[in-house]
Design a protein around this ligand. Structure first.
Ligand code: SF4
Length: 207
């Protein structure tokens, strides 16, 4: 069985080598403290669709700091959700998770809409990416496999999408109109002027 401490250390070193700020905290409470310190009061903050962010109850933390939060999950229809997604792209700070993080420091994400992968690399100036230890993975192949079997199926069920993976927990490279895998992004280094911060949390978070 892989040694989690060794994997975390290896991943932190690899991220720093890629000029991405990286920190490790033991638990969600410490994660909330770090995130609070990284977001100034009264900031505008965009949130990517993220069960991790929900599990950390970050929206309330941010509202208590008088931040204005743009989270498309609160939109009541497609048009409203898209308008919120666009505001999130122009916020001061963007907070999301990553679907997978390889031991050599590559952040791997698959989006249906693409707003999250876009905002992570050329949206808000400060980006905070929270990664539970369950998302650390050996390499790109295992990262994609994790996303297709551990992230997409439960997300499809949560969103009530009728994709084949929602039924079988396996990817069928579907052509469903509700396909969730339309845009794949691999971040291999700090993008341009973005202040990119990865926070690895020593607990299982999100999908
Ligand atoms: S391509 Fe389709 S079946 Fe495969 S994981 Fe994505 S949504 Fe599911």
């Amino acid at each position: 069985m892989a040694n989690k401490t060794t994997d975390v250390d290896k991943t932190l070193k690899a991220l720093k080598k890629r000029h991405i700020n990286a920190q490790h905290v033991e638990n969600t409470e410490q994660a909330r403290g770090k995130i609070s310190a990284m977001v100034s009061n009264n900031s505008t903050v965009g949130i990517g669709g993220s069960v991790t962010v929900q599990e950390l109850d970050l929206e309330n933390l941010l509202l208590n700091k008088d931040c204005i939060v743009f989270w498309h999950w609160h939109g009541t229809n497609q048009e409203e959700q898209d308008a919120i997604r666009r505001k999130a792209m122009n916020a001061d700070v963007y907070i999301c998770s990553s679907n997978a993080l390889t031991h050599d420091g590559k952040l791997v994400n698959i989006d249906g809409t693409g707003n999250r992968v876009g905002a992570m690399v050329f949206g808000p100036r400060r980006v905070i990416i929270i990664v539970g230890v369950n998302k650390l993975t050996k390499n790109l192949d295992t990262a994609i496999e994790r996303i297709k079997t551990k992230a997409c199926p439960p997300n499809a069920r949560r969103l009530k999408k009728k994709t084949p993976c929602a039924e079988t927990d396996q990817c069928h490279d579907c052509s469903s109109p509700q396909r969730m895998c339309n845009v794949t992004s691999i971040i291999e280094g700090k993008p341009g002027s973005i202040d990119m911060n990865v926070l690895i949390v020593g607990e299982e978070l999100g999908y």
